[in-house]
Ligand binder design. Structure first.
Ligand SMILES: NC(=O)c1ccc[n+]([C@@H]2O[C@H](COP(=O)([O-])OP(=O)(O)OC[C@H]3O[C@@H](n4cnc5c(N)ncnc54)[C@H](O)[C@@H]3O)[C@@H](O)[C@H]2O)c1
Length: 399
């Protein structure tokens, strides 16, 4: 059978440890036999980031902007221990953080639903997609210790006039924190969420705590409402989906009672916490996909998990590990499908769908990696634990 041709290359960002090993195997066993794979390759492995003074991360992000679609392997974000382990020149920043900043994107995380792996919340039948604003709030905050005295918030405008507000008169020791966001970033976040919901044909819920944080969270609410009215209301009505704003405590209660099938837009911290809660409730971090979408329509697909270090050390000792490759495979299929959509190559989209179907069928027929075995419950099917390579071969038999 002739291989499927690609028109435009994908930007391929390689990574670290166990996911780097799986990356090669996924290409060899599941993609290259069927697709004449065209990629522009960037090695974001920690060794090469160190060698290039992290230049490769910037180049890869620029290539993502140029071509529109990238697929990224999990990468190490170095801490002190990694600086010693890899003998690094310095503690390089998180590549995901760098790429997010350059793309000005919003991260959407969605679970991969498979028959036999029941979420801990049994009413959840469809995916709940968490859209996390990836800028500002506590992640860019200035905080510090306070002693007896006054903490103040001062804003100096460009003419030098000051607005000064007392945060607290401290009678003793305490802590203070000042955070910010920009309207530009909130607007990008809003548009990314509305576009994603339209694309996925799913309703969009947005939550903050504007009853308490009247100005800060109130601005988020106002910007979403204005952009919705002006740019998206008609399209939402035509597509038959709703946009709803409500308080975060209300959404938490509604989500637990829902059957899923919702995009839930969250501020930065809420999204950080809620996406881990949702991922765990759906069963496994290794069954969670993640895509970074920029307001100008640039996409970067990846798995939501890390480099699975524990398995990598076993692999280095020569042991065959049972590391779950599903989220990384779905990063590839997501990217190939988007590339196919943008280039009008229907056979590439169809192949991505076929591969996703094969992954799901393999698990549904009882063949899976170790992390899923304990979660799998399907009458008449006894789960069989395979190592990663056996699992990839079992998928290949079903493509
Ligand atoms: N997107 C990214 O690039 C990304 C995200 C998170 C962590 N990291 C990096 O990954 C490294 C390891 O971090 P961590 O241990 O916190 O996160 P991790 O996601 O690698 O592992 C967390 C836990 O989940 C399990 N797990 C995760 N994915 C799995 C899979 N595919 N199959 C089976 N089990 C799986 C692991 O065994 C571990 O117990 C760190 O260096 C960190 O910087 C990268």
């Amino acid at each position: 059978m002739a291989k499927i041709r690609m028109k435009t290359p994908l930007v391929e960002m390689d990574g670290d440890e166990m996911t780097r090993i799986l990356w090669q195997k996924i290409k060899e066993i599941l993609i290259e036999p069927y697709v004449e794979l065209k990629t522009e390759y960037y090695d974001l492995g920690l060794k090469n980031r160190d060698k290039t003074d992290d230049g490769v991360t910037y180049e890869a992000a620029q290539a993502n902007l140029k071509y529109g679609v990238a697929v990224k392997c999990a990468t190490i974000t170095p801490n002190l221990q990694r600086v010693e382990e890899y003998n690094l020149k310095k503690m390089w920043k998180s590549p995901n953080g760098t790429i997010r900043q350059i793309l000005d994107g919003t991260v959407f995380r969605a679970p991969i639903i498979v028959d036999g792996i029941t979420p801990y919340i049994p009413t959840w039948k469809k995916p709940i997609v968490i859209a996390r604003h990836a800028y500002g709030d506590i992640y860019r905050a200035v905080d510090g210790a306070a002693g007896k005295g006054r903490a103040e918030l001062v804003f100096t405008d460009r003419n030098g006039s000051e607005i000064r507000e007392t945060v607290h008169d401290f009678a003793g020791d305490g802590v203070v924190c000042a955070m910010h966001n920009t309207n530009k970033s909130i607007e990008s976040f809003a548009r990314a969420c509305f576009n994603y919901a339209l694309d996925a044909k799913l309703p969009l819920w947005f939550s903050t705590k504007d009853t308490i944080s009247k100005v800060y969270d109130g601005e988020f609410k106002k910007i979403f409402a204005e952009i919705y009215e002006k740019e998206y209301k008609e399209k939402f009505e035509q597509t038959g989906i709703e946009y709803m704003y409500t308080l975060i405590d209300d959404v938490v209660a509604r989500i637990v009672r829902s059957e899923g099938g919702i995009v839930w837009a969250c501020k930065n911290y809420d999204g950080d916490v809620m996406s881990d809660m949702v991922a765990t409730a759906y069963g496994s971090l290794a069954m969670m996909t993640s895509v970074l979408v920029s307001p100008s329509g640039v996409y970067e697909y990846e798995a939501a998990h890390g480099t699975v270090t524990r398995h990598y050390y076993k692999y280095l000792k020569g042991e065959a590990t049972s590391t779950n490759p599903v989220a990384t495979i779905f990063a590839w299929t997501g990217a190939l499908k988007k590339r196919g959509e943008l280039d009008g190559t229907a056979d590439l989209c169809a192949f991505a769908d076929r591969l996703e179907g094969a992954v799901k069928r393999t698990i549904e027929e009882g063949f899976m990696t170790g992390d899923l075995v304990a979660l799998f419950k399907k009458p008449g099917v006894t789960p069989v634990k395979l190592n990663s390579e056996e699992f990839l071969q079992a998928i290949a038999e079903r493509v």
